[in-house]
Design a protein around this ligand. Sequence first.
Ligand SMILES: C[C@@H](C(=O)O)C(=O)SCCNC(=O)CCNC(=O)[C@H](O)C(C)(C)COP(=O)(O)OP(=O)(O)OC[C@H]1O[C@@H](n2cnc3c(N)ncnc32)[C@H](O)[C@@H]1OP(=O)(O)O
Ligand SMILES: [Co+2]
Length: 136
Amino acid sequence: MEKVDHIGIAVKSIEATLPYYTETLGLKLLHIEEVPSEKVRVAFIDSGNVNLELLQPLDQTSTIHSFIEKKGEGIHHIAFGVSNIQERLNELKEKGVRLIQETPKIGAHGAQVAFIHPKASNGVLYELCDKTGGVK
Ligand SMILES: C[C@@H](C(=O)O)C(=O)SCCNC(=O)CCNC(=O)[C@H](O)C(C)(C)COP(=O)(O)OP(=O)(O)OC[C@H]1O[C@@H](n2cnc3c(N)ncnc32)[C@H](O)[C@@H]1OP(=O)(O)O
Ligand SMILES: [Co+2]
């Protein structure tokens, strides 16, 4: 793992939440996009070193919808920036780490992403995020 790329925060509504980050906290909105593979709309906020990723469910089948139903809004995951994501996943698998997917999928910015199961990490959901392939 090379660095923390972003911290994911589950929210019911990006529109309702953004003013808190941009006006009250004075942080900069970088970018909003929909990520259909994850059924989320995401807003990236620049917090200086690590970005914050606000995650709004697109529908009731989104994992973010069930997370908010069970636990409420709040911190959802921490994403490590990596290069060679497939190699990192292979290494983790060899070490017996429970992965949610063994091959990456496409996340925000067109990056390749994959998740480690929270049961493997003392209750923390970790994302691996590889932007080296040229991001949008
Ligand atoms: C756009 C992209 C990007 O950055 O580019 C993103 O971030 S997409 C971000 C959204 N996408 C994802 O999160 C994809 C990866 N996540 C998943 O596949 C899922 O959310 C799982 C983590 C496998 C959980 O799904 P599942 O249907 O199994 O839900 P569940 O409620 O039964 O949860 C099973 C157990 O995991 C725990 N659990 C669930 N979500 C958790 C979370 N975010 N952090 C820590 N623990 C969590 C539950 O409390 C439960 O523990 P107990 O059994 O002890 O009660
Ligand atoms: Co993320």
